[in-house]
Design a protein around this ligand. Structure first.
Ligand SMILES: *Cc1c(COP(=O)(O)O)cnc(C)c1O
Length: 483
């Protein structure tokens, strides 16, 4: 499998899965994609239907990473996708399914269900890919006798998923910046209670953007970056995207009886990483009818799928909402889809994303390309805080099921795209306990707390408070890196 950049640089070069595993953007600023999507045969689809999650993950990932020996990859997926790792909510036998499908009911003739992606250690869907990344990075570093310092900034979900994936991993340290005293007590406790010596929590005296700026400043110091082997695991990482393809297959098999049927998925979206994986599953031949992109008030993506206009939001137009993991001003994985939409023409992608940088967006409304969005199955919708509160209340009353605010965005939008006879699967991306305030508002009661998290906030915490100063962060990394 060869990988290429969406912006076309180095077109003649070969990049394997391992080559791009630890990196981020391609050197021309584009994103990596496979030179072509592997197609799944009818025989494979029939055989995959009954596989356990770890073995399904192996089958799918091996099509994208033929440079990793099969026995090694199988060992990695079996180590990653275990009932023990994905049992933090479930303690019944369905934990072994890793991503169980929860049936709600039939609405407008469409069977409606939730695909549970948030049973992992941090109770959000980012664990699905990040746990694999932890094992893949450890494996790849050991193979080449290398080490890595992962540097990141977080306002909650991503940072904790990265820490729980990397804790105790050989050759890897994590330096995670978070805004001091700005996260919820639950999120703070989740991260800061980790006692593993390779995890460093840095509480920056400032807001999230200050933390983000420090990460950029440190990464732009190329000499420092090379000497201290600084890397990242942000949402454009290809391995993260491809690991998410697996649960679209798993969800499809759970919702259907035969491979003749079609299903639709609704995906609560921010950076377009999750739904990009759905697009790839569809390109591989999984019978997906619609991919419904659900946004909150930060509706960059909904605007594009309705109008053909992609317009990056300014900071003042980026809202803090009750589904904060979808509060984005631009969607960092979107370029991957645009590349396919434009018939994989890197020169046009380069031009469009130059327009994004220079003019803040682009308009495909008049071009024939936008009409093709439908051929790719994409539709969209958005929701407001009120919609989320209504959805949480309605699902609780009607189906005795508590959902979080992000899943509520998905459910609200899913209901606008139901088709009789076609199962609609809403991706459940987080647990209600992470966003308790809105649960209390909607249901006048406390969110369910999984047993594994009782007393979390009273565990001892380990973190370092530093001023919002890149040099101080560098000094801290130096002091905590062994040569
Ligand atoms: C990250 C996240 C999302 C958005 O996923 P993208 O891949 O960025 O589109 C949605 N819900 C939750 C809970 C998340 O953590």
């Amino acid at each position: 499998m060869n990988y290429l950049s969406t912006r076309g640089a180095g077109a003649g070069e070969r990049h394997t899965f391992s080559d791009i595993l630890l990196g981020g953007l391609a050197k021309d600023g584009g994103l990596y994609l496979p030179a072509e999507y592997p197609r799944v045969t009818a025989d494979e689809l029939a055989r995959w239907r009954t596989l356990p999650y770890a073995d399904l993950a192996f089958e799918i990932l091996s099509k994208f990473s033929d440079d990793i020996p099969a026995e090694d990859l199988r060992a990695l997926t079996r180590k990653t996708y275990t009932a023990e790792t994905y049992c933090h909510v479930r303690d019944d036998e369905s934990a072994a399914q890793i991503t169980p499908l929860k049936t709600l009911g039939v609405e407008n003739g469409a069977p409606l269900s939730l695909l549970e992606l948030s049973n992992g250690p941090t109770l959000a869907f980012k664990d699905m890919a990040m746990q694999l990344i932890g094992n893949l990075f450890e494996y790849a570093l050991a193979r080449h006798g290398e080490t890595l310092n992962i540097l990141g900034a977080t306002s909650g979900d991503t940072g904790s998923a990265a820490e729980y994936a990397m804790r105790g991993k050989k050759g890897i340290s994590v330096f995670m910046l978070s805004p001091h005293k700005k996260m919820s007590a639950f999120q703070t406790a989740q991260m800061y209670s980790l006692q593993d010596p390779n995890i460093f929590n840095i509480a920056v005296e400032g807001v999230f953007d200050d933390a983000q700026d420090i990460v950029k400043a440190v990464s732009n110091d190329h000499a420092f970056k090379a000497k201290y082997k600084i890397g990242t695991v942000n949402s454009i990482n290809w391995a993260r995207v491809v690991a998410q393809v697996v649960y679209y297959f798993k969800g499809y098999f759970a919702a259907t009886k035969s491979n003749e049927e079609r299903v639709s998925f609704t995906v609560p979206s921010g950076n377009f990483g999750n739904v990009c994986a759905g697009h790839i599953a569809r390109m591989m031949g999984l019978p997906i009818e619609k991919l419904v992109v659900a946004t909150n008030e930060n509706d960059v993506l909904d605007e594009f799928f309705r109008t053909g206009i992609y317009r990056v939001r300014k900071a003042a137009e980026t809202y803090h909402t009750s589904s904060p993991s979808m509060d984005i001003s631009k969607a960092s994985n979107f370029e991957r889809f645009v590349f396919d939409l434009l018939g994989r023409d890197p020169a046009r992608v380069l031009q469009l994303f130059r327009d994004v940088e220079e003019k803040g967006g682009f308009d495909l409304a008049a071009s024939g390309d936008f009409a093709r969005v439908k051929e790719f199955g994409f539709v969209s919708g958005r929701s407001s805080h009120e919609d989320r509160v209504d959805a949480i209340r309605d699902v609780f009353e009607r189906y005795d099921t508590m959902i979080d605010t992000h899943t509520a965005d998905g459910l609200k939008v899913a209901r606008e795209h139901l088709q009789a006879g076609i199962p609609m699967i809403v991706l459940e991306t987080a647990q209600p306990i992470k966003f308790g305030e809105t649960i209390r508002e909607a249901l006048l009661r406390e969110p369910e707390r999984p047993a594994a998290f009782s007393g979390l906030e009273s565990l001892p915490q380990r973190f370092e408070v530093l001023p919002a100063d890149a040099q101080r962060v560098k000094d801290y990394i130096v002091a905590n890196t062994s040569e």
